[in-house]
Write a new protein. Structure first.
Lengths: 563, 176
């Protein structure tokens, strides 16, 4: 008996017989490779000359601008055990300007760690997998327009019509909602789960005539929620609801044209983690006038697994991401459960008790970035699987930006630094000609990285790592293992055999702690609310105390710690 | 790809003076046929495959592992086929009304390819389903190899293949 699959094979192979390539393919490819080689041969000297000229020019400018400092440094070259100067360094060593917010960051934009926080109808990978394995899954969930219509009809209970999509993005959809022959909202949806053809879920909605400016998307809130917004129309009554499985709180705010309105929304139910803050208005004829949806999260304090800053970290143990009590040196819980052959690495904490890590498939290449909450487990795939190697996942402190380094599977040490901004779009894709060994991003998309023995601060939107501003230590000293602490860069400076914790403020001013005993080469630094955790090359993990190091017991079984 | 390669007349990796010649001899024909199925465009398919060879062999430092050449080429062909399809959608969206078709010697092969109801139905599948079906049943790849070539998970391959087969089943049954 011939199965349909066998029959299909036969047909495809038979039909393919009729396709015979032209006979000059090899010559064409050879000619193109020769042309390419020839172009490179011409370009390389030109690039090299341009590079030399640029470096020479920059050096001349630097010397002329910082002549005094440069000469002083040269004449004051110190012995290797020299203590760094406590005086703030000049702008030439660090950030000379106040960092600007990422252009994708806006008070009312979709602000999440990745593609958004799925709100409805599916919120986790687990639910998406369950949906995919149902005998007869509700097919409307595979269609962004139908999901939007069900959102209006079944969840929000608002009169409106989801319009056909005009975009063809496979991972993110924007669906217009119309009522009374006008567009009253734009609903943004993302695919949830590992399946690229998986179900859609709503992450936010915005409107022209109504905006919620506080809380922002992804913000952590507590009862009562202080809500601020604006309306474009006079004397508007704004209906406010906080919704999860049920309505958690409800109220009305009176808004005037272009005057910010405020409302304090008390909650009747606090058993939730992520909820939709829905604001809507009606016009004088009773038609829906505007709808916005903002994803908010509840503070994790007091919940099982949540912790005070500087008391727990995440790390890799036996191939799984785990959370660890830094004080007692015990594994608290397993967070990741990779399938056989999969490798989890590079965990990084951020946001409200969230953690991201890189999952690499058995081909040692295809990778994705998983997002989970420390307290509640996997929350979603933040970056879909693609045949690129990824490393150094980094989630910003507020959970609004996500960064990583990616490389071609073809090998080679070079790659690109990628930062995804608060609206889920790529804000930075900077090519890196040298290996990037450390990466940390902050909420506005700025990144600090280590490239070779240099620390660079990379603005959001940069296209080349070479455009980063170098944070230099004292002459003769080495700097390593940078991390953000707010807008301050924290790193280690090694002068001779002495180690110093140094900080560069946003203005470029540099300060340092006294030399710290017990240090060896630093592999990784992590900072949370001023608490510093360090992973040393001899596999020790230690909390940095005012006077020295407090080692975590049994640290050799964990790697890549981050809190 | 092996089944396709064998069906195509026993193309195999042969000893050759340089990697290009070896990879060309072994895989060019099969990859052109693969690209033809993925893009539905025989002439374009050959350009896609030539682009893939130039990309893979023209990298800085060249191809380090000849044994992986086929996988790299196949993956590049899949990616370039996607780009070509996207480009075609854009071009067609902005193109003026097409001129009436004129028969040409070269278009004969395309018409031949499109004549089969199965191949027509295949061409109407969503892109990912078509890719999964072609890679699994024409190139004879495993689910894992298909997943690698498409840049998705093996589970997703299974899902796309299953949906694609469901869509083709009635044509296949009629064909019998």
């Amino acid at each position: 008996v011939t199965t349909p699959e066998d029959r299909l094979r036969q047909i495809l192979l038979a039909e393919a017989e009729d396709i015979t390539p032209a006979g000059d393919g090899l010559q064409r490819i050879q000619q193109r490779l020769v042309d390419r080689h020839s172009l490179r041969s011409k370009l390389i000297p030109a690039i090299a000359i341009a590079g030399v000229l640029a470096i020479a020019g920059a050096a001349a400018v630097t010397v002329s601008l910082t002549d005094h400092g440069s000469l002083k440094q040269r004449t004051n070259q110190r012995a290797h055990d020299h203590v760094p100067s406590p005086e703030p360094s000049s702008c030439t060593t660090g950030l000379c300007e106040e960092p600007k917010p990422s252009p994708t960051l806006s008070a009312t934009g979709v602000t999440t760690s990745a593609s958004g926080i799925p709100l409805w109808p599916i919120t986790t990978d687990v639910q998406a997998d369950e949906w995919a394995h149902l005998q007869s899954p509700p097919r409307w969930q595979a269609d962004a327009v139908q999901v939007t219509q069900h959102l209006l009809d079944d969840y929000l209970k608002l009169p409106g019509k989801a319009m056909p999509r005009t975009d063809d993005n496979e991972d993110v959809a924007v669906v217009d909602v119309s009522a009374g022959q006008r567009t009253v909202s734009q609903v943004r949806l993302v695919r949830v789960g590992r399946d690229p053809a998986g179900p859609w879920s709503v992450v936010s909605a915005s409107a022209v005539s109504l905006a919620v400016t506080k809380p922002g998307d992804g913000d952590v809130v507590s009862t009562p929620i202080s809500i601020v917004g604006t309306a474009a129309d006079p004397d508007t009554s704004v209906h406010l609801r906080l919704m999860a499985d049920t309505v958690l709180g409800e109220g009305f705010a009176m808004a005037g044209r272009d005057i910010p309105w405020t409302h304090s929304l008390p909650l009747t139910n606090t058993s939730w983690s992520v909820a939709a803050l829905v604001a809507n208005t009606f016009d004088g004829k009773g038609d829906l006038h505007a709808v916005t949806i903002t994803a908010v999260r509840q503070s994790g304090s007091g919940l099982p697994g949540a912790s005070a800053p500087g008391s727990t970290f995440v790390a890799v143990e036996g191939g799984n991401v785990v959370s660890v009590d830094a004080l007692s040196g015990t594994t608290l819980r397993e967070i990741s459960f990779p399938a056989a052959g999969m490798t989890d690495s590079s965990p990084d904490r951020g946001g409200a008790n969230e953690v991201v890590w890189v999952r690499t498939e058995p081909d040692h290449c295809t990778s994705e970035i998983i997002l989970a909450t420390v307290t509640r487990g996997t929350a979603g795939t933040a970056v879909l699987a693609k045949p690129v190697r990824r490393d150094l996942a980094s989630l910003s402190a507020g959970g609004k930006s996500l960064g990583w380094v990616e490389f071609s599977c073809a090998g080679g040490p070079t790659g690109a630094v990628v930062v995804r901004g608060p609206d889920g779009n790529i804000s930075t894709r900077a090519k890196a000609a040298e290996p990037v060994t450390q990466l940390d991003v902050r909420d506005d998309g700025w990144a600090v990285l280590q490239v070779g023995d240099r620390i660079l601060v990379l603005p959001s939107g940069a296209t080349d790592v070479a455009a980063g501003k170098q944070l230099a230590g004292d002459v003769g000293c080495q700097v390593a293992a940078p991390a953000w602490d707010g807008t301050t860069v924290v790193a280690w400076e090694k002068c001779g055999q002495s180690w110093y914790l140094v900080r560069w403020s946003a203005t470029g001013a540099r300060t340092h702690d006294p030399a710290r005993a017990g240090m060896t080469d630093v592999t990784q630094t992590s900072v949370e609310a001023g608490h510093v955790l360090v992973w040393l090359a001899d596999l020790r993990i230690a909390r940095v105390t005012p006077t020295g190091l407090a080692e975590v017991a049994g640290a050799a079984r964990w790697s890549q710690p981050d809190w | 790809m092996q089944a396709a390669v064998e069906a195509a007349g026993g193309d195999r990796l042969v000893a050759a003076a340089d990697p290009l010649t070896a990879l060309y001899s072994a895989h060019y024909r099969g990859l052109v046929r693969l690209a033809a199925y993925l893009t539905g465009d025989r002439d374009g398919a050959e350009e896609v495959v030539q682009d893939a060879y130039v990309k893979v062999l023209g990298r800085w430092g060249g191809l380090r592992d000849l044994d992986k050449g086929e996988a790299y080429l196949r993956q590049t062909v899949v990616n370039l086929s996607r780009s070509r399809l996207r480009h075609r959608v854009v071009v067609e969206r902005h193109a003026p009304a097409p001129m009436p078709d004129t028969a040409s010697a070269e278009s004969g092969a395309i018409r031949e390819l499109q004549r089969g109801a199965v191949v027509e139905a295949l061409g109407e599948l969503p892109r990912r389903q078509r890719e999964a079906i072609v890679l699994r049943y024409y190139a004879d790849l495993s689910e894992a190899q298909t997943a690698h070539a498409m840049g998705i998970s093996a589970g997703a391959v299974k899902s796309h293949t299953s949906r694609g087969m469901a869509a083709l089943r009635h044509v296949l049954e009629e064909d019998q």
